[in-house]
Every structure is written in C-alpha cells, then in structure tokens.
Design a binder for this molecule. Sequence first.
Ligand code: MN
Ligand code: MN
Length: 459
Amino acid sequence: MIHDNAWNTYGSEDLDALERFSADYIDFISEGKTERECAELLVEMAKKNGYKDLADVIEKGEKLSKGDKVYAVNMGKAVVMFNIGEDIVNRGMNIIGSHIDSPRLDIKQKPLYESDEYAYLDTHYYGGIKKYLYVVTPLALHGVVVRPDGKKITINIGEKDGDPVFFISDLLIHLSNDLMEKPAAKVVEGEKLDIMIGSKPLKGEEKDAVKAAVLKLLKDQYGIEEDDFLSAEIEAVPAGRAREAGIDRSMILGYGHDDRCCAYPSFMAMMDVKDAKTTTCGIFVDKEEIGSLGATGMRSYFFENMVREVLDRMGISKETELKRCLRNSRMLSADVNSAYDPLYADKFEKKNASVFGHGLTFCKFTGARGKSGSNDANAEFMASLRYMMDKHGVTYQTAELGKVDAGGGGTIAYILALYGMEVIDCGIPVLSMHAPWEAISKADLYESYKGYKAFLTEG
Ligand code: MN
Ligand code: MN
C-alpha cells in the first residue's frame, strides 16, 4: 500500500498494537543509549526467545540444524543472530542489518582538568553533529572504565530520578555580538565541547581543589583513579527518557532514533519468526556513524566469520558453499531516512521524500552528487519487496535522501552488497536527524515492524 497515510488504515486493534509497540520501544531506547547497552538488551531479550550463544555451541561441539536459534556478540558492541531455516546454502538468508551506535560526545583519554575553580571533562565528538546543539542540553554519562586489574566498572549517571546531570556552558547572548557573526560550524568548536563536572573545592587542598574533589568522589563512589580514564569508554549523551510527542501523541521524541528505531523493530520482527523457512539473520553493528570501520563495525569480518561458524556447525565447510549462501541472500539495510521538513522545504524534492505516517521507507540509492558512494538496489529486488509489502498490508513509501546536490549520506548497504547479494536501504523517516533529540512517527515505527516481519518470512 503506497501513498496512503497509515493512520487512516488503522482499526482499534491496530492502534492498540501500535501503542504497545511504541511504549516498549520508548523503554528500549531510554535504557539502551550506547552500543554496549543496546547489545546487552538485545542479547537478554534474544535469550528469553530461545536463542543460544554461538560461542557455547562451538565450545561444546554441538551441531546446529533447522529450527536452531543462535546469537554471537562482538566485543560487547555488536550482535549477529540467526534463526536457521531450510537449505541455507541455496536459499541463502533473509538479513536485516542496522546499527546501534549514535552520534554523541566521547570522553577523552585524559579528560579531567580544572580551570578557574570549575572542573571539566574534555570530549571528542563521535559522528556527524551540529556542535552548537550540544551546549546547554542536560547530558548523562554512560560507559565503562576498565582497570588494569581487569575489573570493569559500569558508569551510568544522569538518567535516574535524583541523579545529577552534566552540561556544556553557552556564552550569554548579551556578550555574543562577535559569536553571532560566526558561521554555524564555528560557533561552538570541537575543543569547546568540555563538560562541566564540578565546582566544589576539596577543603584544605591548595591547588586544583575542585578537580581534587571530583577525583575523591570518583574514587569513593566508583573506585576510579584519574589514570583509569586511559582505559575507559564513556559517552556523554542527552539525559532523560524518550517521550511521546504532539498533542495527539503521534510521534516519539528521543535520543538516537538513528538507528535504534530500525534496530528495535527488526529485532522484534526476528523474534516473531517461529518456524523459519528461509534462515533469518539480524545484524546489529557499531561504528556506522564513523564509517563502519573497526573490529565492531560492519566492515570487519565478524559477520562473515559467524556465518562460517554456523555453517560449520551444520556440517557445511566448503568455501564455495559459504560464498553461495551469502550470494543467495537478501538484505534490508535498515537505517533511517531524512523526513521531509516543510520548514526546510527547499532541501527536499517533495515527491521523492519520505513523510511521517507514510510508513516504511525504501531508499533505492543513497550517496551524494551522481549517486557517488551508493548501493543502488536492483529493480527486480524492489519489485519483490513491493509484492511482499502489498501482500502483508504494509504501508510503505520510497524516498531519496534529500534533493539532488543538497548533500548526501550512506549506510552499511554497500558492504553486504560486496557478497553479490540483493541489498536495499529501508527504514524510518526521522526529523532532526543527528540532533540530540530526534523525532519519528509511531505509525512508521509500527509499519517498519510489519514490513520487516513480511520480509523475514516471505523473502
Ligand atoms: Mn543511521
Ligand atoms: Mn546516522
């Protein structure tokens, strides 16, 4: 069903299901704000749905066959899951891949300093952000500190009621005459994104007494020394829960919809597949926002290696069979799309833009300028998806990422396309993408869940 507004298609049963799904999603993105937290939540839910750790299967020398469900975790930051169906080599797999990292501020290795009786944490931003949007918004700290003795300390400050939050100060408007003349990219520069962490001196301390007080507190409450920041990954993210938005509660405002609003429905769709005819595979990767590099990004061999391990456990060991399995697969690169914004209408070409309420968005190509850097999906594949969506009553739309020559972007699609499988980008329209608080439509979230389920079972 293309071009319909999904809200017009719903009966009371759909609306109930949509609200329940949205409420669970709000919990998920409010609790999982980093790749590590999301990976942990996904694994926890997968286990409840009968998924076993592939590492255990390998260690115990167990065999895998149709009906078996396994997951593999990559360094606590990425997850891949399989629900094994029939004839995996020749049928291939129905794969949905998304990413669970989001733009944010990373705390530097040597972050802590005092300046004029304020203590700061120095940051290095991660992913594409408009830096000026990160000042004055309440921030929470999430992450891990790993001590040389191997002890891992989990940090989560700024989310619970009664927790303190953190912030980056902004120059008051009264003194901003010069600043207001600067281009947006320069108004707040990267090295100015330093987080205020304290202002109370340690009594009796003469030099850097505020920093000393912060260090004492970190030691007393968390067992962390200053040098422990060297082996830490702490992310500053917007503090607080995602919330319903609009007087009609039709939308959700939250941090990091990109790309957890695709990860979550694809995961839930995968959990719903009870008796997989074709093997289903869910990929949830890290590092997409900085180019998919690194051991936990899509460009690492982790996914391929895990497919190899699964085949090995099934008694399939030839290299040609692995390659055939991958080549015969189909993939949805589940990532967000730029929703048409009437306030910035000149950046979109309206008839080829995604809009709120019009459902799961297929994006045949991304890229910039002359489709540079894009995976351009095949017409044949798009046709099969149209058939599936119609058959399952899924509201969907097609879109480009903004107007030609306005800019551009990409996803993990091109990486899976290297195997010669069919791949298309598809996801949910987002307003204010990469801002601290992004917005989506509940209807699009729900239609994506329906669409992903249709793909996993029909593809
Ligand atoms: Mn994304
Ligand atoms: Mn992004």
